[in-house]
Design a protein around this ligand. Structure first.
Ligand SMILES: *Cc1c(COP(=O)(O)O)cnc(C)c1O
Length: 365
C-alpha cells in the first residue's frame, strides 16, 4: 500500500461472541484492562510490500514464533484512547488524530514503519462499529482502545525488523476513581530515571514502561500510589510520572508543566489542559521545575495545587509527595479548586455534555 491509498478491511465476524447477558454482567463492573470485546483488528506489514491483510476478526491469541524480533529487542509501540457513549446513544472519540500522529512519531523513533494515520483512524472506526455494544453507557464508563504494533519478523539479528503486526483491541472500563476523585501520594525516585536525552522518552513504547516498573514498585513499597521521575542528567528537574504528565498551579493562577525536551511523553491530555487553561485566562508556561523548588514552594504555600494527567484517569490531584528524606503536602492534601475545575471542563467536552469549541470530539456512530 502506498501513501494515501485506502486499505480495505476484511470483516470476519466472531462466530461465538459473548452472550448478551454475560456481556451485561461484564459491563456492570469491568474494572480496568481485564475485560475485552469480541473482536480485534490486525494489519500486517512487510518490507517491499507495505501494509496488507487488514482484518476485523474474532479476538484470539496471536500465534508467535519464539524468534519473533519483538520478544528479543522490544520493537513495540502502543497508543491508548477512549470511545465515549454520548447522551443520545452515539459514540465519540477524543482527538484520535493526535493519537494517530503520535503513533507515527513513536514508530519513527523505534525504526518501525509508519502506519498511515487514515488507516489507524479507520481501524478504530471498524472495531467500534462491530463491537459497539461493548461501549458502556452511563457517565463514568468508556471503551478503552489499545492500538499497538510490534516486530513480528522471525530473525535474531540486531537491526530493524522487516515484518510487523499492527493490532487493535478494546476493553470496556469503568470509573477510574470508584467512589470519587481521590488525591494520590507520589514517590520521588532517588535511584531510577525513566528517560535520558536522546533516548525513547517521547515515544510511547513498551520498553519505557518495562524500565519504570521497578521504580513504581518502590513507590508502592513506600506507601505511595505513583512514582515521579526526575531528569536523568542532573536528577533535579521533574519530568513526569510513570504514565502521566504533571502540572503545578501557583498562587498567582499560573499553571506550569515541564517542557517537551525529548524525555517527556507528549500527552494529549497535557496539551488539552494547556489549551483549556490559557483560554480560561490563566498564565500557562512550559518550563523546568526543580524538585527543590517543588518542595520549597509547597512549604511556603506559593504552590497551591499539583496534578497528573493522562487518558486513563484524565486529571488526578496529587496530595502528598514522599522522598527518601521526608514528605510534604500540597495545600491541605485535598483536590484543588483549579484542578477539579479543569478536570470537569475536560470531562464535559469528552462526554459531549459541554460545547466543543476546539473541534476535539469525533463522532464515530
Ligand atoms: C500515554 C502517556 C501519557 C499520557 O498521554 P495522554 O495522551 O494524555 O494519554 C503520559 N506519560 C506517559 C509516559 C505515557 O505513556
Amino acid at each position: 500500500m502506498s501513501g494515501g491509498d485506502k486499505l480495505e478491511f476484511e470483516i470476519r465476524r466472531n462466530p461465538a461472541p459473548v452472550a448478551v447477558a454475560d456481556r451485561a454482567a461484564l459491563l456492570a463492573s469491568p474494572g480496568f484492562g481485564r475485560v475485552f470485546t469480541d473482536h480485534m483488528v490486525t494489519i500486517r506489514y512487510a518490507e517491499g510490500k507495505g501494509w496488507y491483510d487488514a482484518r476485523v476478526e474474532a479476538r484470539a491469541p496471536i500465534p508467535m514464533d519464539p524468534a519473533s524480533a519483538a520478544l528479543h529487542y522490544a520493537q513495540e509501540i502502543f497508543e491508548g484512547l477512549k470511545a465515549y457513549r454520548t447522551v443520545d446513544g452515539g459514540v465519540t472519540l477524543f482527538r484520535p488524530e493526535a493519537n494517530a500522529a503520535r503513533f507515527v512519531a513513536s514508530a519513527e523513533r523505534l525504526a518501525m514503519p509508519a502506519l498511515p494515520p487514515e488507516v489507524f483512524l479507520d481501524s478504530l472506526h471498524r472495531l467500534i462499529e462491530i463491537d459497539e455494544e461493548w461501549v458502556p453507557s452511563g457517565a463514568d464508563g468508556s471503551l478503552y482502545l489499545r492500538p499497538f504494533m510490534f516486530a513480528s519478523e522471525v530473525f535474531l539479528g540486531v537491526r530493524p525488523a522487516q515484518e510487523y503486526l499492527y493490532v487493535l483491541i478494546a476493553s470496556p472500563v469503568g470509573s477510574y476513581f470508584a467512589g470519587g476523585v481521590q488525591p494520590v501520594k507520589v514517590w520521588v525516585s532517588p535511584d531510577y530515571t525513566r528517560a535520558a536525552p536522546g533516548g525513547t522518552g517521547a515515544a510511547k513504547c513498551g520498553g519505557n514502561y518495562a524500565a519504570s516498573l521497578v521504580a513504581q514498585a518502590e513507590a508502592i513499597e513506600h506507601g505511595c500510589d505513583q512514582v515521579v521521575f526526575l531528569d536523568a542528567v542532573e536528577r533535579r528537574f521533574v519530568d513526569e510520572l510513570g504514565g502521566m504528565n504533571v502540572f503545578f498551579v501557583y498562587d498567582d493562577d499560573t499553571l506550569v508543566t515541564p517542557p517537551l525536551t525529548g524525555t517527556i511523553l507528549p500527552g494529549i491530555t497535557r496539551e488539552s489542559v494547556l489549551t483549556l487553561a490559557s483560554e480560561a485566562g490563566l498564565t500557562v508556561a512550559e518550563r523546568p521545575v526543580t524538585f527543590a523548588d517543588w518542595q520549597a514552594d509547597a512549604e511556603s504555600g506559593r504552590l497551591r495545587e499539583v496534578f497528573a494527567c493522562g487518558t486513563a484517569a484524565v486529571i488526578t490531584p496529587i496530595g502528598h509527595v514522599r522522598f527518601p528524606d521526608g514528605e510534604f503536602a500540597i495545600g491541605a492534601g485535598e483536590p484543588g479548586r483549579l484542578t477539579m475545575g479543569l478536570r470537569q471542563q475536560l470531562v464535559d467536552i469528552q462526554r459531549g455534555t459541554a460545547a466543543d469549541p476546539y473541534g476535539w470530539v469525533r463522532r464515530v456512530l
